[in-house]
Write a protein that binds this ligand. Structure first.
Ligand SMILES: Cc1cc2nc3c(=O)[nH]c(=O)nc-3n(C[C@H](O)[C@H](O)[C@H](O)COP(=O)(O)OP(=O)(O)OC[C@H]3O[C@@H](n4cnc5c(N)ncnc54)[C@H](O)[C@@H]3O)c2cc1C
Length: 426
């Protein structure tokens, strides 16, 4: 069920478009993301090549602009290898070596990772949806259908009921289900709250904005450039220099606080400010501690400033690409919103949350590298649901074959996801 007229109009079409290499994820603390990124790369490469759509293996440079942040590069190199990258896919470069491959980049040290690619996730998500619709008569996508309520029972033999609103006529309808997956992106916690289950989560929304570079900067670098994040205790990267598959070069994203999953414009944000404040401080799932601690305050101030001031945002990238000028950036790119889940203490949760309640699986906090890792995570979830006896294959195993025959997916890769991605149901 999709509330919009077609799939992937929100975050999946409003992101940086990178198939992320796994070197920025801690091998233990972020194991799910690390493995999902490692195997996700091969899934998307197979899929894009089979369907003749762009999968640019352009690689990435992660730069440290001073000796202090260079220390983090050594960790990232180590994590990359531990997470399964080969020695010929990732290496540490000094400033002279960087100058030889990217003469316009200024830094102290950098990591060059070849296994990082650019795609258009909106395009491939819609292509994938069409593949299912055209090849499998049992798959339907109900567009313009907004889920407004979910009712379930502890007795799993009883079907659940979805209430949904038809967005063209506004009529409210009902539908029964045996099993439901709530994968509604930044809106997932709101959807989960309709089931009235107890939990200790709140969500904070952050708008990632972009600026499109003029074409005179098209040959400035050969690859996308990231820097070591200023606020590495939070799950965001700093604005980077991005190479898009459509040929654009862009700067972004920042992470400006907004107050709703769709707060793309200022008016919508203003409207949502007080309801959100109420939810955080007085509502049923309010958090105990103030989230406006010193680090959080610094983050909010920096990111809000880079939203208000183009110059400030571009200055963050100018640190490692000194030849760019803020005045040359006149067109905004497409911004996207991430919903970060915080716990009762106001602490950010960095991994995705899979909450199984009665016959509904809720997917929360599904942020970057969510698009990269979507196949590995989806396989891991389905295998787990099968192992728990909640889903089952037909007697002749048809469901599994359908998934694998749709595109040239590699059986070995799928087996790796089953064995190595340990998704935990809360
Ligand atoms: C700025 C930014 C940059 C990013 N860059 C990258 C990147 O480079 N690489 C990467 O791997 N990841 C990246 N990510 C993360 C990645 O984009 C997301 O993890 C992924 O797109 C999430 O997909 P989703 O299907 O969960 O959410 P969405 O794409 O938002 O899809 C959710 C869908 O649910 C629908 N929906 C919501 N509520 C309802 C309802 N009540 N009824 C019916 N339908 C509903 C929505 O309309 C939407 O179509 C980025 C994220 C952001 C915000």
């Amino acid at each position: 069920m999709e509330q919009e007229a077609k799939p992937a109009l929100h975050t999946s079409s409003r992101n940086t478009g990178k198939v992320h290499a796994p070197f920025i994820y801690h091998p233990e603390k972020k194991r799910v993301w690390a493995k999902a990124a490692l195997y996700g790369y091969q899934f998307w490469k197979n899929y894009c090549e089979a369907n003749k759509i762009p999968f640019e293996e352009d690689g990435v440079l992660e730069v440290a602009t001073d000796a202090d942040s260079a220390k983090i590069l050594s960790f990232h190199l180590d994590w990359g290898i531990k997470n399964g990258l080969n020695y010929d896919e990732i290496k540490l470069l000094d400033q002279n070596e960087v100058k030889m491959i990217e003469p316009h980049v200024k830094c102290h040290q950098a990591i060059l990772c070849k296994k990082d690619a650019s795609v258009d996730y909106g395009q491939i998500t819609r292509l994938l949806a069409n593949h299912f619709l055209n090849n499998d008569r049992e798959v339907k996508i109900a567009t313009l259908s907004k889920v407004i309520n979910i009712k379930t029972d502890r007795n799993l033999d009883l079907p659940g009921i979805i209430e949904y609103q038809n967005m063209d006529g506004n009529a409210v309808r009902q539908m029964k289900f045996d099993f439901l997956i709530n994968a509604s992106g930044s809106n997932a916690l709101n959807v989960m709250n309709t089931t009235k289950i107890e939990h200790g989560y709140q969500d904070l929304f952050f708008l990632g904005e972009y600026w499109i570079a003029p074409s005179k900067y098209n040959n400035l670098t050969r690859r996308s450039i990231y820097s070591i994040p200023q606020f590495h205790q939070f799950p965001f990267l700093d604005p980077h220099w991005i190479i898009r598959t459509n040929g654009h070069r862009e700067i972004g994203p920042n992470a400006c606080p907004v107050f709703s999953p769709y707060g793309y414009d200022k008016l919508n944000n203003l409207k949502e400010f007080f309801p959100k404040l109420y939810k955080l401080t007085l509502g049923e799932h309010r958090i105990n501690k103030s989230i406006l601690r010193k680090e959080m305050f610094n983050l909010v101030a920096t990111e809000a400033l880079s939203s208000v001031s183009k110059r400030y945002m571009i200055k963050r990238v100018k640190k490692f690409l000194p030849s760019i000028e803020a005045k040359d950036f006149t067109i905004r790119g497409t911004s996207g919103i991430r919903a970060n889940i915080i716990d009762k203490n106001g602490d950010f949760i960095s991994s995705p949350i899979f909450k199984l309640h009665n016959n509904v699986l809720h997917i929360l906090n599904y942020n970057s590298p969510g698009a990269t890792g979507v196949f590995p995570i989806a396989y891991a979830l389905v295998f787990k649901l099968v192992d728990k006896g909640i889903l089952r294959y037909n007697n002749n195993g048809i469901e599994q074959r359908k998934l694998t025959n749709l595109t040239p997916f590699d059986e070995k890769l799928i087996e790796n996801c089953r064995k190595e991605i340990e998704v935990e149901f809360k």
